[in-house]
Design a protein around this ligand. Sequence first.
Ligand code: ACO
Length: 401
Amino acid sequence: VIDIRKLYGQTGMFTYDPGFTSTASCQSAITYIDGEKGILLHRGYPIDQLAENSSFMEVAYLLLHGELPARKELETFSYTISRHTMVHEQMLTFFRGFRRDAHPMAIMCGAVGALSAFYHDSTDITDPEQRMIASHRLIAKMPTLVAMAHKYSVGQPFLYPDNSLSYTGNFLRMTFGVPAEPYVVNPIIENAMRRIFILHADHEQNASTSTVRLAGSSGANPFACIAAGIACLWGPAHGGANEAALNMLREIGKPENIPQYIARAKDKNDPFRLMGFGHRVYKNFDPRAKVMKATADEVLKELGKSDPVLDVAKELERIALSDEYFIEKKLYPNVDFYSGVILNAIGFPTDMFTALFALARTVGWVAQWNEMISDPEQKIGRPRQLYVGAPQRDYIPVEKR
Ligand code: ACO
């Protein structure tokens, strides 16, 4: 038996760490998580304080620049973002190339990557000024593109941005407004969206952020890097989880059916998992889930809706949290468990959920991308592997195989 690891000189010191569960790929001063205690801080500020008190623009500035903005800085930043909300008219033609029933995330992967074809003056990553313009453009244009993806799928005309509204208000209007009618932003819904955006803004080195960093480490332009992050976010184990969680809650249908789903989640021969439960880092309550739960109650009360799905969610949480399996494995509801219920109540189709996540996470992605590019220790990301394939052998002609 040949030890091929020795044969190929792979006996040196490197860690074999599938899923990077214990490997730090970078240094970062942006977000801190203590998964055991359920703590999440952005630049030192607790997530619940930010979700309660700050605007999304303040959080975007904080993540990007490291400090909360002074009033004048906030005004200038918000103004700058509002100046970049338009997309090139040719993007409309680009959108029309998609099938009507295209998933919004499929559109977003293409549309955001395509921005690099429009903004040649902000793709030189060695120039800090160009990097900042690209960051502003991405933060500003995401709501426009996500709203366009929605309008396209429902066959309604696109709405141009109204920069007199807040970042969130403008997005709600572009998504739900129609050209001939005035759109009045409901402050409770606007506030719920603000919170959802803040809660999703950054989460240190998760899969999509690591993807953005890895793509960026080769010197790829920022629009292409964020498109890579969007592709990664699409998966059901990551950004697609709130869509999957809502679908699961709908499938459960009523509280009486919960025990059968809990039993399936515990069955090792059944691939089924409770969507919206568990987290790679949190082994305690996801602090974002608590804010989401309160927001779900608030939104449903405002809309005068009693959604059976919320009742199922609360009962499922109660049963799971007192179940041995979930206690032993430290599986708690994550941010996605309640967000689907809120987005559904507001009127977003399920397939828009991940696109909303991408919109909010763009702020974290660009902050992390800028931090990486500015880091003098940054190298191209190049993970190693443990080769377990065939040893060297000679080619056999096809007639002799
Ligand atoms: N339901 C049932 N069992 C679960 C669940 C779940 N939701 N999550 C984890 N487990 C079990 C696993 O089967 C495993 O059991 P074992 O030790 O007997 O093998 C154990 O708990 C550990 O799970 P891992 O998959 O090893 O944990 P990992 O850190 O790799 O996965 C993940 C984390 C992907 C989030 C997982 O918990 C999961 O699939 N959850 C459902 C999907 C979800 O909600 N994703 C959203 C994440 S948050 C976000 O992206 C914003």
